[in-house]
Unconditional design. Structure first.
Length: 146
């Protein structure tokens, strides 16, 4: 998926900066979900997500009528929809994806921002007792794990 512009309540705009222009890997489940959505709305508009009239959906309206009520229904605390971006980065880190790959997906110029913002949410990355490294050394040196 190519990211070339943004869409908000202000309309279509150039990305925040040139570094935000990027190619984002799309997982197969996401691809299939978007294809299914396109089958449902493709006859209405060039937009995958659109109103019944084929116009782009209003992000503020979706926030008010879908996002916030869904959080409330699930008993979750209120949060901005934008925070799903943080969830994705955290889950990628926790699952062991390459930090360089994640940084590119997020549109970051380097991994510095990634580690500064997200590393605290991933227990294995924030250990401060040295035990993870010790286990790795024991495994590599044939000592096994105790």
């Amino acid at each position: 998926m190519l990211v070339r512009e943004t869409f908000s309540h202000l309309g279509r705009e150039y990305t925040k900066n040139d570094g935000s222009q990027r190619e984002v890997h799309m997982s197969e489940p996401v691809y299939q979900a978007l294809k299914e959505q396109q089958r449902a709305t493709g006859h209405l508009s060039e937009y995958v997500f659109c109103t019944g009239a084929g116009t782009p959906i209003d992000p503020l309206n979706v926030n008010k009528r879908v996002w916030k009520p869904t959080l409330k229904l699930l008993g979750m605390k209120d949060r901005r929809f934008y925070q799903t971006r943080h969830t994705a980065a955290t889950l990628w880190l926790a699952s062991g994806e390459s930090p360089e790959w994640i940084a590119r997906q997020m549109g970051h110029a380097s991994t510095e921002m990634l580690f500064k913002v997200y590393s605290r949410y991933v227990p294995n990355l924030t250990r401060q007792d040295g035990s993870a490294f010790e286990r790795l050394l024991l495994q590599r040196m044939g000592g096994g794990v105790e």
